[in-house]
Design a protein around this ligand. Structure first.
Ligand SMILES: C[S@@+](CC[C@H](N)C(=O)[O-])C[C@H]1O[C@@H](n2cnc3c(N)ncnc32)[C@H](O)[C@@H]1O
Length: 201
């Protein structure tokens, strides 16, 4: 991942930690909750402060939370310490540390991360994610439309482009749901989300 994006998050981490934590995970994930397994293993990529990981993890569903920004991992350990969540410093497109574990997952969650991946890296991300998902595993991606912060570069992307690319990388589209942003500043800026759910085939 690009250093400028990591630094952009790290510099504003104090405010961003509060902002991430102010979101209600149950409400946020309501459009895709039917596709989140309740047992097995899930990987949350770009997990931020672990808000969603903590909401999902249980003794039956172990979560591997992947987050490249140290400040978020540190906050996460204070806010959401759980025996059911493991943290790792890694990033897309290659998830090289994750891949070296040789673990496989029943679901992968990318909440508000996809816009930080360059267009030319998106296929590589999807192939990496496919390689760590079990057949039948779910891939859930929230696709952003609308402006992002200039301090944390966002690359233009669309649900259509993402679905087409995923189709070439071993995924079938199961569901697509458009949603408004839950954050007031993003609502004002016209940010909208499309939640895509794919199945690894
Ligand atoms: C907008 S935040 C969302 C955090 C969390 N998923 C949430 O919804 O609160 C984007 C997150 O993606 C992480 N991120 C950005 N680029 C990434 C990459 N290439 N690989 C993994 N994580 C990345 C950032 O460090 C940040 O934690």
């Amino acid at each position: 991942m690009e250093d400028c994006i990591i630094n952009g998050y790290a510099e504003d981490s104090e405010l961003l930690i509060q902002s991430f934590e102010s979101i209600n995970s149950v409400e946020l994930l309501s459009h895709v909750s039917d596709y989140i397994p309740n047992k097995g293993a899930l990987i949350d990529v770009g997990a931020g402060t672990g808000r969603d990981a903590a909401c999902i993890a249980s003794s039956e569903l172990k979560v591997l939370a992947v987050e490249p920004v140290l400040e978020f991992r540190t906050a996460a350990r204070q806010l959401h310490l759980s025996p059911n969540i493991e943290w790792i410093d890694d990033s897309l497109p290659h998830l090289s540390k994750v891949c070296s574990l040789n673990d496989t997952f029943d679901a992968a969650l990318l909440v508000s991360v996809w816009q930080h991946v360059k267009s030319e890296d998106k296929a590589s991300c999807l192939r990496t994610l496919r390689s760590i998902l079990n057949v039948g595993g779910k891939l859930i991606i929230s696709v952003r439309s609308g402006p992002g912060s200039p301090k944390r570069k966002c690359y233009p992307t669309t649900p259509q482009e993402t679905s087409e690319l995923a189709g070439h990388c071993g995924f079938d589209l199961l569901a697509s749901h458009e949603a408004s942003s839950l954050q007031k500043t993003n609502q004002k800026a016209g940010v909208k989300w499309t939640w895509l759910v794919f199945m690894a085939v």
